[in-house]
Design a protein around this ligand. Structure first.
Ligand SMILES: C[S@@+](CC[C@H](N)C(=O)[O-])C[C@H]1O[C@@H](n2cnc3c(N)ncnc32)[C@H](O)[C@@H]1O
Length: 292
């Protein structure tokens, strides 16, 4: 059997976030991926002078964050927003500059395990995978309407899937594919039996399709372009990514941006102890840059 996640989201690299993000103990910080509010809770508890604006694309997780963070009153304000559109949010809130941004990418354990969202290959559900439930594009749309070559490109680029061509061909042959279970079947049938994998054979395909459905890499690149303009001098951008594609975008954006100085010459990884406690942390990579 493949290992499953625990149901509750456990925030990763918490001490490292506190250390690198909060350089000013009465500052204002934006948690761009507030999720269930784990990092925000730690920041607000540790630094009583700090204020947080928390955003997320997913209204469902925001509800959880609202309950968890209500004890902090006016020190924490939460909004449904997309981090690549940070300029519109700041304009709406009449905010000019803040002292830091935190991006803890991907989806939370809550979202992965939530029934009916279609993120997990461990359950048979409708193909959805949208983080923002109000958007049009779903996993069903991608799987059933994209041309074979486009599916192959997505699986190869976003999933780094060596069997991209065979899987794409199988998906097209098996259409219509209406459930996560049928998608798993299409993947498993495409991978030769003798190929053994440590992770579930559908891991890469599900990752690739989720990235495409939610435009994850494009949104990350757009956000990194915009965020430095909204930082006070000395302000920090802390990004935690979970796969090499995201990490590469962050690394290059920090390296090429004249407005920023890199703080983490080497990427920060979780300790062995953290990974032992929280399997999701195993692929976490953190990079930090400062506004000059
Ligand atoms: C790993 S979780 C964050 C967990 C949170 N840091 C905690 O400790 O509880 C990532 C969150 O980012 C949100 N998200 C992903 N892409 C986003 C985007 N482009 N804009 C806003 N939120 C996004 C997801 O909905 C999810 O709740």
């Amino acid at each position: 059997m493949w290992r499953e996640y625990h149901d509750e989201h456990v925030s990763v690299l918490v001490e490292e976030v506190l250390k690198h993000l909060v350089w000013k103990t009465d500052g204002v910080y934006v948690d761009c991926t507030v999720g269930e509010g784990g990092h925000a809770f730690s920041i607000l508890s540790r630094f009583p002078g700090v204020q947080i604006v928390g955003i997320d694309r997913d209204e469902e997780v925001l509800e959880i964050a609202r309950k968890k963070l209500e004890i902090f009153g006016k020190r924490c304000r939460l909004f449904k927003a997309e981090f690549s559109r940070i300029d519109e949010l700041f304009h709406g809130l009449q905010l000019e500059k803040v002292d830091g941004f935190l991006l803890d990418l991907g989806v939370s354990t809550y979202q992965l395990m939530a029934k009916g969202r279609g993120f997990s290959f461990n359950r048979d559900e409708p193909l959805d995978m949208r983080i923002d439930l109000s958007q049009f594009k779903t996993a069903w749309y991608v799987v059933n309407t994209y041309p074979e070559e486009e599916l192959e490109r997505i699986l190869r680029e976003y999933g780094e899937e060596p069997f991209a061509r065979r899987i794409a061909r199988n998906i097209v042959a098996m259409r219509p594919i209406n459930s996560t279970g049928q998608l798993v079947e299409a993947v498993v049938k495409a991978i030769p039996k003798k190929v053994r994998r440590k992770r579930h054979p559908a891991t890469r395909t599900f990752q690739a399709i989720r990235i495409e459905v939610n435009d994850e890499l494009k949104n990350l690149a757009k956000a990194l372009e915009k965020l430095p303009d909204f930082l006070n001098t000395g302000g920090r951008i802390v990004v935690i990514s979970f796969h090499s594609l995201e990490d590469r975008i962050v690394k290059r954006a920090f390296r090429d941006d004249k407005r920023l100085k890199i703080i983490t010459k080497k990427v920060i990884k979780p300790s062995f102890e953290e990974v032992k406690e929280n399997i999701r942390a195993r692929s976490a990579r953190m990079r930090v840059a400062e506004r000059i």
